[in-house]
Design a binder for this molecule. Structure first.
Ligand code: ATP
Length: 448
């Protein structure tokens, strides 16, 4: 597992540095609900953007969608969620704690060893009422996945986007599951955000596309800095497969509590489109002009979680190291994910330094997410930036007033170089674009 990174350390860093706070904390918190603070909201947005860039913007065969959280209740009947989206639940007869029966190793309460009730099936969908009258007819559900919003819009998207198979529809959004057991910080919560792609293909080519998407998705995490040895693929055997799935592989991450699912990739066949066709009376046939035939497309679904990804990126980036006898905590986040890209740090609040430091800040902040910090000692400010994963600090000192140069400090190598202020934007741009982990190339050329 990632060297001695405990969940407690991550939770504490998240609270201390403004990544994640317990929800409604002043009222004692609400179980399994969390709020993203100033750093967390940037990190989360960067995770979404990185996924959208890789899955939608950098591909000609995928378009995006943003559908409503509340949908017609018949959607969830057709999809099988009303009847089937349930987990077996048991209660401890002594301490009253509630457990998921399928996750227990013994049929005794894991907390107090007490006897358990018989399992009862518990539907995970949150119910609410639409409009003023609370009656059965006005029941709506909060969506437990974003996927169904995509399936019911298949026809709308294909006619307006004029896409040909194979093509995909992507969506990012909140989903809600009344999970029986939650926990492990933001790993399993009742309100969470999903990153889902439904990739429609010609039947018969589905296995090929499934085999394409599994490594493609695994690579995405690696490209964004997760160490390959902390990721694994786990193929579901037939007994584990959901009723609609023809195949499924999980991308697992080595979380502090052990290997756990980060993303699932499923071959759903034509189950969803066929179900909605039956229930709505509409046809979901695709006309394949090349083959001159009509068929219901099959779908490959890579489905990931924003919050779980955020957690994995944080854990994998976390390091405590000794620097000259002092402990340094650092997040080696990929620059694309780092909440703040550059911090401008005048050596002190001296009135001669402030105008130059502010003008450097103004030059940078329209191009990069930039922090300006002139409080406390420079050492403490570096440590704060290290803990939130800021790739570069720019320090302005008294010499800067004379030579119009500033110092760039690299978060990972701690190397420092002096560069002319007029070249600062170009240098930072180049480094943040991808050369950031290879400091030598750019810096060596400057030294010549
Ligand atoms: P699990 O087995 O962990 O409950 P699942 O197999 O039910 O997950 P999927 O339905 O495949 O999950 O959902 C796709 C992704 O959505 C998951 O891989 C995960 O990243 C995210 N996700 C699902 N449930 C939750 C949850 N309760 N909290 C946070 N993220 C979740």
């Amino acid at each position: 597992m990632p060297a001695d990174v405990s969940m407690d350390k991550i939770v504490s860093l998240c609270k201390r540095r403004g990544f994640v706070f317990p929800s409604s904390e002043i009222y004692g918190g609400l179980a399994s609900c969390w709020d993203y603070g100033p750093m967390g909201v940037e990190l989360k947005r960067n995770v979404r953007d990185a996924w959208w860039k890789a899955v939608v913007h950098e591909r000609a065969d995928v378009v995006g969608l943003d559908t409503s959280i509340m949908m017609h209740p018949r959607v969830w009947e057709a999809s099988g969620h009303v009847d089937g989206f349930a987990d077996p639940m048991v209660d401890c007869k002594s301490c009253r704690l509630r457990w998921r029966a399928d996750e227990l190793e013994k049929q005794l309460c894991p907390s107090c060893g007490g006897a358990l009730t018989e399992p009862r099936m518990f539907n995970l969908m949150f119910k609410t009422f639409m409009g003023a009258v609370e009656e059965e007819a006005s029941t709506v559900y909060l969506r437990p996945e974003t996927a169904q919003g995509i399936f019911v819009n298949f026809e709308n998207v294909i006619t307006t986007s004029r896409k040909k198979l194979p093509f995909g529809i992507a969506q990012i959004g909140k989903s809600f599951r009344n999970e029986i057991t939650t926990g492990n910080f933001i790993f399993r919560t009742r309100e969470f955000e999903q990153l889902e792609l439904e990739y429609f293909v010609k039947p018969g080519t589905d296995e090929k596309w499934f085999d394409y998407w599994v490594p493609e998705r695994l690579d995405w995490y690696v490209r964004l800095g997760i160490k390959r040895e902390n990721l694994r693929l786990r193929e579901h055997d037939k007994s584990e497969l959901a009723h609609y799935a023809r195949a499924c592989s999980d991308i697992d991450y080595l979380f502090p509590m052990g290997w756990s699912e980060l993303e699932g990739i499923a071959n759903r066949g034509d189950f969803d489109l066929t179900q909605h066709a039956k229930a709505s009376g509409k046809e979901f046939l695709y006309f394949d002009a090349e083959a001159n035939e009509k068929y219901v497309p099959y779908v490959i679904e890579p489905s990931a979680g924003v919050d779980r990804s955020v957690l994995a990126f944080l854990i994998d980036a976390y390091e405590e190291e000794d620097v000259e006898g002092e402990k340094r905590t650092v997040l080696h986040l990929h620059p694309a994910l780092a909440p703040i890209k550059v911090a401008v740090l005048p050596l002190s609040r001296n009135e001669r330094l402030t105008p130059l430091a502010k003008s450097v800040y103004r030059q940078l902040c329209s191009g990069f997410v930039t922090d300006y910090d002139d409080s406390q000692s420079i050492g403490r400010r570096y440590r704060r930036q290290d803990e939130i994963g800021t790739p570069f600090c720019v320090t302005i000192d008294f010499e800067s007033l004379e030579d119009k140069q500033v110092t760039i400090r690299d978060r990972d190598t701690l190397a420092q170089i002096r560069v002319p202020i007029e070249e600062l934007v170009a240098i930072l741009e180049a480094k943040l674009r991808g050369e950031a982990f290879d400091a030598s190339s750019l810096w060596a050329t400057r030294e010549k």
